[in-house]
Design a protein around this ligand. Structure first.
Ligand SMILES: Nc1nc2c(ncn2[C@@H]2O[C@H](COP(=O)(O)OP(=O)(O)O)[C@@H](O)[C@H]2O)c(=O)[nH]1
Ligand SMILES: [Mg+2]
Length: 388
């Protein structure tokens, strides 16, 4: 199942899709053919899913992959080039965290042939300073200590692999987008000021659009005029419509109007921005609760996703924000931004471990393409990749 298969397949659609010819992946990527993924047969979607590409690519060395990319580009197929570009950006984005964590592990292991208690303590300190969080750090270190005593881990190299696996296991929880059988698919984006909500909305809108889904935005941050203008600029860039009102208007009303409009016009996806600062009159959490209540009047099952945007550079504070927003409105997924700006990207491990709320997207740059659905394997591989 593809990450953007947000609509449940209907029985009648399946019949139709069986008669359809296979859709060329590159055509889909180019967005030339606005064929919705939902109409495709499950097997076709499986074959085309990017996860399969990842597994296949993993067996290749970088050099092999790059020469294959060159060949394909020469033939006019740039789907792999795009993938290579993404991996490079992800690695660059994660380089600070990766240098600290993996570089730190290498330094601790330097000249050591066996695993002793001193080494484990140094690792513990490294994890805490990478913002993995004390609880998660202790969990990982206790588990490896146990493996050492059972002689499962014989040398530092085994230990490194074991740590990588443990981080992968923590991160590898189901983070697919909720599937629904109604339109529009409503996504409410929440988070404190400056974490990257508006930028993230633009990036996600572009992804949906590139996947053939008709997408609309709602300017629910009515606290400042600049916030509305900023979303408008992004909407123009991505080329999607936006529903907005003037500064100071009731965000619940703006978002309600957008739901009605998206429904009437047959839009697939509606992404709503919200304010991140406390109003002078209203409490932010009450405002968010009101937005959810009002949206439910029009669509009882919406918002289908409530995405909390967290800034990776804010470290352990991100965990506190997650607790507060989750209590108020029930967060269904996290978007972790600015992973490119910090050596403390380990915070993602602590967040998922402690809150059990999946990370659905990660942001690693200010560009339109610097956001991806979170994939634990790709992430951990990029993190443990050596950066020179
Ligand atoms: N380096 C980096 N900057 C980001 C990322 N996401 C957002 N930003 C920047 O963070 C700042 C605040 O973003 P904005 O979307 O306005 O945050 P909002 O207040 O939550 O809506 C802007 O300058 C963005 O360009 C990211 O993943 N990496
Ligand atoms: Mg904003």
């Amino acid at each position: 199942m593809g990450f953007f298969d947000i609509f449940k397949r209907k029985k009648s659609d399946e019949k139709v899709s069986n008669e359809e010819s296979v859709i060329d992946e590159s055509q889909l990527e180019e967005n030339e053919q606005v064929t919705e993924l939902e109409e495709k047969d499950e097997e076709e979607v499986k074959e085309e899913s990017s996860e399969n590409v990842t597994i296949e690519d993993e067996k290749k060395t970088d050099a092999e992959f790059e020469s294959e990319v060159e060949e394909l580009v020469a033939k006019g197929d740039n789907s792999k080039e795009k993938k290579a570009g993404f991996l490079k950006r992800l690695r660059n984005g994660l380089s600070k965290t990766s240098n600290k964590l993996v570089g730190g592990i290498e330094t601790i292991f330097l000249g050591k042939k066996e695993i002793d208690e001193e080494l484990l303590e140094e690792l513990e300190e490294l994890f805490v300073t990478s913002d993995i969080g004390i609880n998660t750090t202790l969990k990982i270190i206790d588990a490896v200590r146990d493996e050492v005593s059972r002689k499962v881990l014989k040398n530092p190299e085994d230990l490194k692999n074991s740590i990588k696996n443990k981080i992968f296991e923590i991160l590898n929880i189901d983070n697919s987008l909720k599937q629904v059988d109604e339109k529009p698919y409503v996504i409410l984006v929440v988070g404190v000021n400056g974490v990257g909500k508006t930028t993230t909305i633009a990036k996600i809108a572009k992804m949906f659009k590139d996947n053939g889904l008709k997408t609309m935005l709602a300017a629910g941050d009515t606290f400042r005029a600049a916030a509305i203008d900023q979303l408008q600029v992004w909407a123009d860039r991505v080329d999607v419509p936006i529903v907005k009102q003037q500064e100071g208007s009731d965000p619940a009303a703006v978002i309600y109007d957008a739901v009605v409009s998206a429904k009437a016009k047959g839009y697939d996806v509606l992404i709503a921005d919200t304010a991140g600062r406390l109003h002078t009159k209203y409490n932010l959490m009450n405002e968010l609760k009101k937005i959810v209540r009002v949206v439910k009047k029009e669509m009882p099952n919406a918002p289908h996703e409530i995405l909390l945007v967290l800034d990776a550079t804010s470290g352990q504070n991100a965990i506190n924000q997650a607790k507060i927003f989750n209590e108020a409105v029930g967060v269904t997924g996290i978007v972790l931004t600015k992973l490119d700006g910090t050596a403390k990207g380990g915070v993602i491990v602590g967040i998922v471990d402690e809150l059990k709320i999946p990370v659905k997207f990660i942001g690693f740059g200010e560009g339109m393409d610097d956001l991806k659905p979170f994939d634990a394997k790709t992430f951990v591989d990029a993190l443990f990749e050596k950066n020179d």
